[in-house]
Design a protein. Structure first.
Length: 249
């Protein structure tokens, strides 16, 4: 697998990035009252369903990527280096959001969720299932545990988890007031299903991930290979540009 390219996986991740950037641009336009009529991003299904789809696609790609990493025998040093980048960026997101949205700052958003879920997969799931994630036993467990994770917040909630320190669980009785919220439950289920799908594809339909990519889709693959950089830079650029625009106007 050394040197093997996964351009199709990168392109899928790139699609999620483009969708996210467009969504956030609309959100920022609405924040500065540049969208008329003013949109209800927190309650209108047109926007809430899009957010769910975008996060789902990102976590599905994260699961696919972990399947590739596990099969490739990714070293501990490389995993921890990448994990530290994700966790560090999550802390920067919290700090930046606290400055811009002090009442709704992000304490457990998508990067926080991914950082915790990567630990669960790397230290808990993958070692227990062994190296062959495409085996019938591994596939059954990944799909089964993923389904339980997706259902858990619907089956059990408690006011104890409504405190900010416990939001990460996802077992809250009401949606927290924050600009981004991607708790471990139910979202771990999406990542585990992505891990299962990725393992199966690598074993049975590898070309679906490694096949030739159309030239027109190469920009998506380029973006998808740099998700963390794009994620961290796009909002400061968009928000800053709109802030400057409204100030000049």
């Amino acid at each position: 697998m050394h040197g093997e390219r996964f351009d199709r996986l990168d392109a899928l991740r790139g699609l999620a990035i483009v969708w996210m950037v467009v969504f956030h641009f609309c959100y920022d336009l609405n924040h500065f009252r540049l969208l008329q009529p003013v949109q209800q991003f927190l309650s209108d299904p047109f926007w809430t369903l899009q957010r769910t789809a975008i996060v789902s696609l990102f976590l599905l790609c994260a699961g696919l990527g972990q399947a590739v990493a596990v099969q490739a025998g990714q070293s501990s040093a490389r995993f921890w280096r990448r994990w530290a980048q994700v966790a560090g960026c999550a802390l920067l997101v919290s700090a930046g959001s606290a400055l811009v949205f002090p009442q709704r700052w992000i304490s457990f958003g998508v990067l926080h969720g991914i950082a915790v879920m990567l630990l669960i997969v790397r230290l808990g799931v993958a070692p227990r299932l062994g190296g062959d994630l495409a085996s019938a036993r591994a596939q059954g467990l990944l799909w089964g545990v993923g389904a339980l994770a997706l259902l858990a917040p619907r089956l059990w909630q408690h006011p104890l988890f409504d405190q900010r320190w416990a939001w990460w669980t996802g077992l809250v009785t009401r949606l927290p007031a924050t600009e981004d919220y991607v708790p471990v439950l139910p979202w771990l289920g999406v990542l585990l299903w992505g891990l299962a799908i990725g393992a199966w594809l690598l074993a049975h339909r590898r070309v679906w991930l490694t096949g030739t990519l159309a030239t027109s889709l190469q920009p998506l693959a380029w973006l998808g290979a740099r998700p963390l950089r794009v994620y961290m830079l796009h909002q400061p650029i968009l928000f800053g540009a709109l802030l400057a625009w409204t100030a000049l106007a």
